[in-house]
Design a protein around this ligand. Structure first.
Ligand code: BGC
Length: 761
C-alpha cells in the first residue's frame, strides 16, 4: 500500500484535490489535471504497460508461475507493465491481482478489470436480441443495472457490452448479442444499456464502465459468415451502422471496442478514419478504445500489416488505445518510439484516456472499491435480481401466431403433453454468453410448467437438438451427439395423442448461435422438424415454443401449427417466464426486432429497404423480385401479437406543413377490442419520398407502449419535428431536406394507416 499512497499523495497534492473527489461528477478538468500529473512521472515502459491487457493466465491465488507464458505475464504485472486484465473473476482472484498492481509496482496504478458481462453476470437475463424484442427501454436499462450490480460485486469494473452492431443477416451467429436490424430502436436500446451499466456516477461501487462494440460494420460480415469481409457504402455506414454508436457516445459510454472486420479495405483496428476522424474527432469521444481479441495481430493475415511491428504502428496511429491479447504493444511500442516511427504524443494520448477512465471509476481513490467479499456473497444470484430478470424475460417473449385461441392455456382439467429436448434443458436457455455464470442453472420449461398443478403434464423428449451443427460440441461438458436418432418419436407421439394441448419446445442449442456460430441453414436443427411433423399427424393442437438465438426459418410451422411463441434464450428464469406467458399470467407484448425470412435466399432481409427503380410488379418478369418466393418476410420487423386484439382508428394530423419552427402532431386512436388486458407497442414510421440520396421505404421514428383493459381506448400521439427527419445526405452532413413525407402508424412495420405532410425550409 506504501507506493500507492505516495503516488496518490503526489497527484492529490499537485492538484489540490480532496479525498473522495475522484468520481464521475468531478469536473473533467479536475480529472484531466490528475491524469497529466501522473503522466509526467511515468516512464515510457509504465505508459506502455497501461496500454497492455492480458487474459487471465494462472491460478492467481495459487503458487507463483514458474515458467512459460504465465511467468512472463506475472512478471510483467509485477513490473507495472499491465494496465488491465480480462477473464479474471471473483473478489479473491481479483484482489490478489490488484494487490500486486497497487502494492508491488513503482507507481501503484490500479488495474481495470474487464469482462464480457453481456446479459447478466451470474443471474442471467435474456440474450440481448430477446431483450430488444421487449421494446421496453426501462426494463432493458434495469437488466443492465442488475448485471452491473452483480459484476461489480464480483470485482469486475468494466464490461465489453453493449454490442450495438446492426445486422440484417440471421445467418450471422452474433445477431443474438445485438438489438436487431433497426438503427432507431438500436440507438435507444444502446443508450439504455449504457445508462444501466454506468448509472449516474461511475465511481460508485455498483456501477461499471460500458463498451460500445464493435466499431464498426461487423454486423455486415459478407454472407453472414463471422469475421468475414465487410463491404458497405458510406450511406449505409452513416445512416444505419453509426447511429447506435453515436447514441452510446451521447449517453456517456466510457470505452469503445474495434473489431475483426475490415471496412473499405482497411481492418477497423487500423482505421484512423473510424477511430481518429469520426470517434475521437467528430464525436469528441474522450474515453479509450480497446482492440478486439488479437485484432491488432490479425491485421497481418488481413494483408494490411507487414509484421507485428507494423501492425502496432498502424493500430496506434489509428487510435487503438489498448491491446487485448495481441501482446504486441508491450513488445513493439518502445522500439517504434526509439526509431521515431511513433510520436510519444500518441502514447501519451492513449495512456491519458485509459487513466481518465480509471480515475472516473474511483480506482485511484480506492483500488479495492469493487472487492468486498461480503457484498459478493450477498449480491450474486440475489432473489431481487432473479425477480428483475423474470420481468425482463416475460416482456421479451413474442407471440407469433395464435389461431384457434389455443393460448392462453386453461389452468385446470387439461392434459398437456410437453415435448422437446429443450423443454427439459437447463443450459441452453442461458445462451452463448454466460462465461461468468454457472452452467445448468436455468429454470427449465418443464419446471416452470409444473408450477401449474391442476393440469396433467406429460413430458417426452422426442429428439435431441443436433449438436453437430455450428461446431458447438467442444463447449459442452456432456457431449451427446444426436444427429438423426428418431427413437424417441413414438413416445412423443403417444404422449401427444390423447393430450388436449401439445407444447413443443424446439429450436437451437444454447451454443448454436453466438460468436463463430454462423449457419447457412436456419431451420430447426437435427430431426426436430421431422418430430414436429410426426407429432402433428396425431394431434394438431400444437403450441410451438421456439428457443433460439436468431430468426429461424419456420415456414412449415407457420402454415400448419396454430400457435407459435418466440421464447429466444431467456436466461436464468426461462421456465417461469414461458409458463407464465403460456398460462396467460403475463399477456405477451414483445415485437420482433429482426425480420424472420421465408428462406435463407432472401437474406439480407429488413423492413427499411430501398424502393429500387423497379419495385413492380410491372409485368411478370422484369421487376425486382424472386421467381420462387415472394419478397416479404414471414414475420416483419415490429411484429408481435397479444392474447387480446387492438383496433387502430382515426389517424389525425394537426398540420400538413412542417418547418424549422414548428412541429406536427400526429395521433391515432387505439382500442383494446379483445377480452384480455394487454400491451401494444404503437409504432410510427416515416418515409422521405425524394431526397439527394435514396431513402428507405420507411423508417421507424417513434413508438409508445400502451396498456389497455378490454374495451378501453387511448389516443396515442407523436410529435414530429424537423430534427427527426435528418439523415446523412449527399452533402455529407446530417440534415433534413424539404419535400413530402409519408407517415404510417400501426402494429408493425407493415403499418398501413397513412398520412402525408410537407417539410418546407
Ligand atoms: C469478441 C468480443 C469480446 C472479446 C473478449 C472477442 O472474441 O469479439 O466481443 O469482448 O472476445 O472476450
Amino acid at each position: 500500500m506504501k507506493k500507492y499512497c505516495i503516488i496518490l499523495t503526489i497527484i492529490l497534492t499537485l492538484n489540490g484535490c480532496q479525498k473522495n473527489s475522484n468520481n464521475f461528477t468531478d469536473s473533467a478538468i479536475a480529472i484531466n489535471k490528475k491524469v497529466d500529473s501522473l503522466l509526467k512521472i511515468m516512464t515510457l515502459d509504465e505508459k506502455i504497460g497501461q496500454m497492455n491487457q492480458y487474459n487471465g493466465f494462472w491460478d492467481v491465488t495459487g503458487p507463483t508461475p514458474k515458467n512459460g507464458d504465465a511467468k512472463l505475464k506475472f512478471n510483467n504485472l509485477k513490473k507495472g507493465l499491465v494496465g488491465s486484465m480480462l477473464n479474471v473473476r471473483g473478489v479473491k482472484e481479483i484482489t490478489a491481482l490488484q494487490k500486486i498492481a497497487v502494492e508491488e509496482t513503482r507507481l501503484g496504478i490500479p488495474l481495470i478489470i474487464g469482462n464480457d458481462v453481456i446479459h447478466g453476470y451470474k443471474t442471467l437475463s435474456p440474450i440481448p436480441l430477446a431483450e430488444a424484442a421487449s421494446w421496453d427501454l426501462k426494463e432493458i436499462e434495469n437488466s443492465a443495472r442488475i448485471a452491473a450490480r452483480e459484476a461489480s460485486a464480483a470485482g469486475t469494473n468494466w464490461t465489453f457490452a453493449p454490442m450495438v452492431d446492426i445486422s440484417r443477416d440471421a445467418r450471422w451467429g452474433r445477431v443474438m448479442e445485438g438489438a436487431g436490424e433497426d438503427p432507431f430502436l438500436g440507438s435507444l436500446i444502446a443508450a439504455a444499456r449504457v445508462r444501466g451499466f454506468q448509472g449516474k456516477d461511475l465511481s460508485k461501487h455498483n456501477t461499471i464502465a460500458a463498451t460500445a462494440k464493435h466499431f464498426a460494420g461487423y454486423g455486415f460480415s459478407e454472407s453472414g459468415r463471422d469475421y468475414n469481409t465487410v463491404d458497405i457504402s458510406k450511406n449505409t455506414l452513416y445512416n444505419v451502422v453509426f447511429p447506435p454508436f453515436m447514441a452510446t457516445v451521447d449517453a456517456g459510454v466510457r470505452t469503445f471496442m474495434n473489431g475483426f472486420n475490415e471496412l473499405d479495405g482497411v481492418p477497423v483496428t487500423g482505421s484512423s478514419f473510424l477511430q481518429r476522424d469520426i470517434l475521437k474527432g467528430d464525436w469528441k469521444f474522450d474515453g479509450f478504445v480497446i482492440s478486439d481479441w488479437g485484432s491488432i495481430k490479425e491485421m497481418i493475415p488481413h494483408g494490411y500489416a507487414r509484421d507485428g511491428e507494423h501492425a502496432t504502428e498502424l493500430a496506434i496511429k489509428a487510435g487503438s488505445d489498448m491491446d487485448m491479447e495481441s501482446h504486441l504493444y508491450i513488445k513493439k511500442i518502445k522500439g517504434l518510439i526509439e526509431s521515431k516511427k511513433l510520436d510519444i504524443k500518441l502514447i501519451d494520448d492513449a495512456v491519458s484516456r485509459i487513466l481518465r477512465v480509471k480515475f472516473e471509476l474511483g480506482l485511484f481513490e480506492d483500488p479495492y472499491r469493487y472487492l468486498d467479499a461480503e457484498r459478493e456473497k450477498e449480491v450474486l444470484y440475489h432473489p431481487d435480481n432473479q425477480k428483475g430478470v423474470l420481468e425482463m424475460a416475460k416482456k421479451s417473449i413474442v407471440l407469433l401466431k395464435n389461431d384457434n385461441q389455443l393460448l392462453p392455456l386453461k389452468k385446470k382439467n387439461q392434459t398437456i403433453a410437453l415435448i422437446g429436448a429443450l423443454a427439459n434443458d437447463n443450459n441452453s436457455p442461458l445462451g452463448n454468453w454466460r462465461t461468468n455464470s454457472d452452467n445448468n442453472t436455468a429454470i427449465t420449461v418443464l419446471e416452470g410448467m409444473k408450477a401449474y398443478p391442476n393440469n396433467t403434464l406429460i413430458y417426452s423428449k422426442g429428439a435431441d437438438v443436433n449438436l453437430n451443427a455450428g461446431g458447438i460440441v467442444k463447449f459442452h461438458e456432456k457431449v451427446e451427439i444426436n444427429e438423426n436418432d428418431k427413437s424417441g418419436f413414438n413416445a412423443a407421439k403417444n404422449a401427444a395423442r390423447n393430450a388436449d394441448v401439445v407444447i413443443m419446445v424446439l429450436g437451437e442449442d444454447g451454443f448454436q448461435s453466438g460468436e463463430g456460430r454462423s449457419r447457412t441453414d436456419i431451420g430447426l436443427p437435427g430431426v426436430q422438424q421431422e418430430l414436429l411433423e410426426e407429432v402433428y399427424k396425431v394431434n394438431k393442437n400444437i403450441v410451438l415454443v421456439l428457443m433460439n438465438g436468431r430468426p429461424l426459418n419456420i415456414n412449415w410451422a407457420d402454415n400448419n401449427i396454430p400457435s407459435i411463441v418466440e421464447a429466444w434464450q431467456l436466461g436464468s428464469q426461462t421456465g417461469n417466464a414461458v409458463a407464465q406467458v403460456l398460462y396467460g399470467d403475463y399477456n405477451p407484448s414483445g415485437k420482433l426486432p429482426m425480420s424472420f425470412p421465408r428462406s435463407v435466399g432472401q437474406i439480407p432481409i429488413y423492413y427499411n429497404y430501398k424502393n429500387t427503380g423497379r419495385p413492380g410488379p410491372a409485368n411478370a418478369v422484369f421487376w425486382s423480385h424472386y421467381n420462387d418466393e415472394v419478397n416479404t418476410p414471414l414475420y416483419p420487423f415490429g411484429y408481435g401479437l397479444s392474447y387480446t386484439s387492438f383496433k387502430y382508428s382515426d389517424l389525425k394530423i394537426d398540420n400538413k406543413t412542417l418547418s424549422n419552427n414548428n412541429s406536427i402532431n400526429v395521433s391515432v386512436n387505439l382500442e383494446n377490442s379483445g377480452e384480455f388486458k394487454g400491451k401494444e407497442v404503437v409504432q410510427l414510421y416515416i418515409r422521405d419520398k425524394f431526397a439527394s440520396v435514396t431513402r428507405p421505404v420507411r423508417e421507424l421514428k417513434g413508438f409508445e407502449m400502451v396498456e389497455l383493459s378490454p374495451g378501453e381506448s387511448k389516443v396515442v400521439s407523436f410529435e414530429i419535428s424537423e430534427s427527426l427527419l435528418k439523415f446523412y445526405s449527399a452533402n455529407e452532413v446530417w440534415e433534413s431536406e424539404s419535400g413530402f413525407f409519408d407517415i404510417f402508424i400501426g402494429t408493425d412495420s407493415n403499418a398501413s394507416f397513412q398520412e402525408t405532410f410537407e417539410l418546407t425550409k
